[in-house]
Structure formats: structure tokens, C-alpha cells
Design a protein around this ligand. Structure first.
Ligand code: HSE
Length: 433
């Protein structure tokens, strides 16, 4: 019987889940691959920590080069975080002719072209289903199952930490800092939560989906991005008063033939919609294709076993040869498409917005509304003052705009700041209809 040996680099949370599935379900996985599949070697910097795994004798090493230099290992599962070390190891593994399975979204979003070019040159494949949406098979869905469609838009909750924080604030009325501490205590948020709460993690993920759905090679650091740190309890109260809630939404939408509107930030989402119903640390992805119409994907976007589920599916596809077919036909980050699709100009991005503004003094509010109206940011509703939301030294007020462009709105908000009419940076959220 044919036999494939797998090397695993990184025995952290997800790596442990992958090892567990490969060891405990070897017979089933071998059947799915039509050949014997063996987890042959595992490299990690720490091989003494107890992981509650029944590992075969001698499988662990601290030296990843034992995997690199083993000619019998043809599939390498790389599950270490970070950029520099992971990049170096991945390029070495590809040069050595190994097919890669990874969950590292930061690496794919940052060095996608280099990695895919190297893989093409070395006639290897790279599979990365677990990089976006954890256990949700969104990459396979967009790249394979929806191949008949031109994708029109993606609107997604791609960060479980932020969704946990926002849905808890919605339920408990708690403030941001207390809710973040709670999320950290429960293990949903990292000790250093910056990548999540600043929206960077979701931005990297929507850029990866944009490459697959639209062929866009976007620099994720240039995406219009807002985190969840500025969301306050009163924003939820305002949203609720109009039938909405707040979620961190990562979206990508074709605006003109070769331009894409990509943004990440807290948005007003209508209560009762599928995105609004995504609760806790779950993820949800709404996709519109021209033939299929609207689809919604929902599930656990992180965690040991959901993410391991996606990684092992990639391992099986790689061994069966399915990954190689998709890898070649999709030809991601290729020279022809790279650079062809760019970010839409803010003037071409239209929408309605919620604004929470803190005027310098009581008189400034009228002046602010006059300037907004004069500059075509039409005020649809001035939201009623909230009990407790307005204190004399912080007389915040909130409005909903009619449709305007992102460009117009940003320049008007800048001018309000320059005219010294505001006490604090304005809070702006897109309203999803
Ligand atoms: N930190 C991510 C999240 C999980 O909170 O969704 C890994 O992508």
C-alpha cells in the first residue's frame, strides 16, 4: 500500500489538535486518502510540556531540520505563529520539495506572492484553509464550490475575540475595558490583544479572501481599518434604539471593474440578520455570487479542534492530489493579476453612517450639523440624547447620515477637527442595510 509521511512543525494549540486527529483517526484518514498516512515527526521548541497526547516514542524533536532533511516526508504542516521564522522555514521546506499546509494568516497575507511563486517554482502546493475562519471551509467554498460565480461581495465576522467582546457588551451593557478583561480571563482574548482588537487579524483574513474571490493582491496595511477599542455602551444603546446591533465587519466588494472596496471596522448590523445573530467567539461569512445569490457560512473561527479540522482536511486534499489541482488552476498571487485590482477611491465608496460626536461646547453642535449638511453629509436622524449618555462635560450627540461617500465624510470630519469643534475623535460606523 502507498504510504505518505507527514512532518509537523509547531506543537501549540492547533498543532496538538492536528496531531490528535492524525494519531487517533489514522485508519479513517488513511481510508480517505486511499493510502497509509503517518505522522512521522513533530518539531517544536518545547518538547517537554505535557499535551495530553499519546505520542509514538521518538517522534518529537526540537530541530525542524530533521523534517526538512527527511526525504520520506513529503507533506509538512507548519503551525508556528509569527512571520520571520515561519517564512524562512516555509521557503526552505518548499525548496526541499515539500507540500505545505499552514494556518498562518499573517504570513499568507504578508508574503503570499513570494510563497506562492516559490511553491510554483518548486512544483509544490500550499494549502491554507485554516488561515481564515478556523473550522469554516470558506476558502474551499469560494475557490472550488463557487467557481461558477463572479463574487460580488463578502461581509464577514472573522475575528472571534472582537465578536466575543462586542456581543458581550451588547448583552451585559458592560464597557469595553471590563469586557476585554473578562474575555482575557476566559481565554478568548490574548494577553496582548492588539492584533485582534485593532482589527489587524480580520484585515489579514479579508485580504486573503479578496485574493481568492477577486484576484486582488492587497497590502493589508493599507486597508481602511478601525478596531473595537472606541466602541462604547452608548453606541449599543443608540444602535438598539434604531433596530441595530454592532459587529466588527470585514468586507470586500467590487466597486468598479478593477477596484475593490475593502474595509474593516465596527458596523451597525440590523438585528435579526444572520451577521447580527453571530454570538460569542463564533465567525460568520456572508458571500454573494452572481449565480448562487446569497450564502451564509457560520462556525467556530478558532480553537484547537475546529482549526485542526480545517488543517487535516487540507492534509487529506494534499495527499489525494486535490490541492495540487486547485493550486495550479487558481494560480493565486500570479504575475498577471497582481497589481491589476486596486483599492476603490473613498469617493466611490458609498454608504450610510452612524456618527457619535463630542462637541467642544453646547454651541458647537449646531455648527457641526450645519457643516455636515453644507458638505452633502445629510443628516437623516439626530438620535435622541441617552439618559446617562450625556453629561455636561461630555455632551455627546449621535446622528445617522443619509447616503454619502466615505471620502466626503472623512474630509468633513477632518475639517470639524481642524476647526476645533470636537473634544474627541469622532466615532464613525458604517450602517449595513
Ligand atoms: N485570534 C483570532 C480570533 C483567532 O480571535 O478570531 C485566530 O485566527
Amino acid at each position: 500500500m502507498k504510504h505518505t509521511k507527514i512532518g509537523l512543525v509547531g506543537l501549540g494549540t492547533v498543532g496538538t489538535g492536528v496531531a490528535r486527529i492524525l494519531l487517533e483517526n489514522r485508519a479513517r484518514i488513511s481510508r480517505a486518502c486511499g493510502q497509509d498516512v503517518q505522522l512521522a515527526r513533530i518539531a517544536d521548541v518545547d518538547i517537554t510540556r505535557e499535551r495530553n497526547l499519546n505520542l509514538p516514542e521518538g517522534i518529537l524533536t526540537t530541530n525542524y531540520e530533521e523534517i526538512l532533511n527527511d526525504p520520506e516526508i513529503s507533506v509538512v504542516v507548519q503551525l508556528i505563529g509569527g512571520l520571520d521564522v515561519e517564512r524562512k522555514i516555509m521557503l526552505q521546506m518548499l525548496e526541499a520539495g515539500k507540500n505545505i499546509v499552514t494556518a498562518n494568516k499573517a504570513l499568507i497575507a504578508t508574503c503570499g506572492k513570494e510563497i506562492f511563486d516559490t511553491a510554483r517554482k518548486c512544483k509544490c502546493s500550499v494549502a491554507f484553509e485554516a488561515a481564515v475562519g478556523g473550522g469554516i471551509p470558506i476558502i474551499a467554498a469560494i475557490s472550488e464550490s463557487l467557481a461558477a460565480n463572479e463574487i460580488c461581495s463578502i461581509e464577514a465576522i472573522l475575528n472571534g475575540t472582537c465578536n466575543f467582546i462586542l456581543s458581550s457588551m451588547e448583552k451585559t451593557g458592560g464597557d469595553y475595558s471590563t469586557t476585554l478583561s473578562q474575555a482575557q480571563k476566559l481565554g478568548y482574548a490574548e494577553a496582548n490583544p492588539a492584533m485582534d482588537v485593532e482589527g489587524k487579524d480580520a484585515t489579514q483574513k479579508i485580504c486573503i479572501l479578496s485574493q481568492i474571490a477577486f484576484g486582488a493582491d492587497l497590502d493589508w496595511t493599507h486597508v481602511s481599518r478601525q478596531g473595537v477599542e472606541s466602541v462604547r455602551g452608548e453606541d449599543f444603546q443608540y444602535a438598539k434604539s434604531q433596530g441595530y446591533t454592532i459587529r466588527l465587519i470585514a468586507s470586500a466588494k467590487r466597486v468598479l471593474e478593477n477596484s475593490l472596496e475593502v474595509c474593516v471596522g465596527p458596523c451597525w448590523v440590523r438585528q435579526g440578520t444572520q451577521l447580527a445573530e453571530v454570538d460569542g467567539a463564533f465567525n460568520g461569512v456572508s458571500v454573494v455570487g452572481d449565480a448562487v445569490g446569497h450564502l451564509f457560512f457560520y462556525g467556530q473561527g478558532a480553537g484547537e479542534m475546529p482549526t485542526a479540522s480545517a488543517v487535516v482536511a487540507d492534509i487529506i486534499d494534499t495527499i489525494c492530489g486535490r490541492t495540487a489541482i486547485t493550486f495550479n488552476t487558481l494560480n493565486l498571487w500570479n504575475d498577471e493579476t497582481c497589481g491589476k485590482i486596486s483599492f476603490a477611491s473613498p469617493d466611490n465608496i458609498k454608504g450610510e453612517f452612524y456618527l457619535r460626536l463630542v462637541p467642544k461646547n453646547a454651541e458647537s453642535q449646531e455648527e457641526i450639523i450645519r457643516i455636515l449638511e453644507e458638505n452633502e453629509v445629510l443628516v437623516a436622524v439626530t438620535l435622541p440624547n441617552l439618559a446617562g449618555g450625556t453629561v455636561p462635560e461630555n455632551p455627546a450627540f449621535a446622528i445617522l447620515t443619509n447616503e454619502t461617500s466615505e471620502g466626503t465624510l472623512c474630509s468633513v470630519l477632518n475639517s470639524l477637527e481642524q476647526k476645533n469643534l470636537l473634544q474627541q475623535k469622532p466615532v464613525k460606523m458604517r450602517v449595513l442595510r
